[in-house]
Design a protein around this ligand. Structure first.
Ligand code: PLP
Length: 330
């Protein structure tokens, strides 16, 4: 049976060219990037090339890119790192109720340790109102974290408007761009963010590798202590093949992005129109236009999501009833 995979928000297959780029770093160029001899230098060079590719793709400087073990770690690093580095200034964080668990659970963790968190509501399209962000800021606010696009309903937030408000109030601004990087333009200067999280496996790169972009001058403490890797911001021997794969994946995504986004937008709108016309009692979730090109999300009255998912799987179609991260299977 031919299988149709429609859950690219959960993960993507690794691009064959990405696999090819990674392969030499398992058995041949396997050196520890911290070693001073040639094996080490070879690995170090590969990491720095990948760092440059990521930096170029998002308009950052090379030294503002910190490789992590994925999007969840990048979110944890941004939020805990800024919270603990700026605790003398204040203890208040602003986020919203539809963030990924990596943000929400990190905020809950901090709440148990003396921080105060405001969880902003969203409107019927899943949009955060920038005015509500402005109203929530107090003299104790140190960080605002609002995702670039939602992983379930695909709504794209007005990040540049919110970041302007944050900067005016001299509050750090972080965005989780795990679902947007590699799919729509992400530029840290246009978005005016201080920190931005990404994850390679969402754009045809390998799993278990991500990046936290940290704007120069941001006061942040590391999450993982130990060696001096990543300029002392993330200890641990680097995942060289993963990092190389992420560099290659972001490079390929940049080449294809405009054409691919146009192609997917046409397909997305065709699927939305077809489902709305042909099936009763369905409602589109998320914003009709301000949404990811690769996202379609519906509520269906009287039908239980999990059984629909399992029944469609029997037909060879993979869909999701929500974030993969909130189901017990992952
Ligand atoms: C919006 C968002 N943030 C963070 C993550 C976590 O990324 P990772 O799977 O690399 O830890 C995901 C993954 O589903 C996501 O969709």
């Amino acid at each position: 049976m031919e299988r149709i995979y429609l859950d690219y928000a959960a993960t993507t297959p690794t691009h064959p060219e990405v696999v090819e780029a990674m392969l030499p770093y398992f058995c041949d160029a396997f050196g520890n990037p911290s070693s001073l001899y040639s094996y080490g230098l070879e690995a170090r060079k590969a990491i720095e090339l990948a760092r440059m590719k990521v930096a170029q793709a998002i308009g950052a400087k090379n030294e503002e890119i910190v490789f992590t073990g994925g999007g969840s770690e990048a979110d944890n690093f941004a939020i805990k790192g800024v919270a603990y580095a700026n605790v003398r200034k204040g203890n208040h964080i602003i986020t919203d109720i539809i963030e990924h668990h990596a943000v929400l659970e990190t905020c809950r963790f901090l709440e148990k340790r003396g921080f105060k968190v405001t969880y902003l509501p969203v409107d019927k399209y899943g949009l955060v109102d920038p005015e509500k962000v402005r109203e929530a800021i107090t003299e104790k606010t140190i960080l605002i974290s609002i995702m670039h696009a939602n992983n379930e309903i695909g709504t794209i937030q007005p990040i540049d408007e919110i970041s302007k408000i944050a900067h005016k109030a001299k509050v750090y601004f972080h965005t989780d761009a795990v679902q947007t990087t590699g799919h729509i333009p992400v530029n840290v200067n246009e978005l005016k963010v201080d920190m931005l999280s990404m994850s390679a496996h969402k754009f045809y790169g390998p799993k278990g590798v991500g990046v936290l972009y940290i704007r120069k001058g941001t006061k942040i403490v590391p999450l993982i202590h130990g060696g001096e890797q990543e300029s002392g911001r993330r200890a641990g021997t680097e995942n060289v093949p993963g990092i190389v794969g992420m560099g290659k994946a972001i490079e390929l995504a940049g080449l294809e992005m405009t054409k691919e986004a146009e192609r997917l937008t046409v397909l997305r709108d065709k699927l939305i129109k077809g489902i709305l016309e042909k099936i009763d009692k369905v409602e589109l979730n998320g914003h009709p236009e301000q949404r990811l090109p690769n996202n379609v999300n519906f509520s269906v009255d009287y039908i239980e999501g999990e059984s629909t998912c399992l029944n469609l799987d029997l037909e060879g179609i993979c869909i999701s009833t929500g974030s993969a991260c909130s189901s017990s299977s992952s």
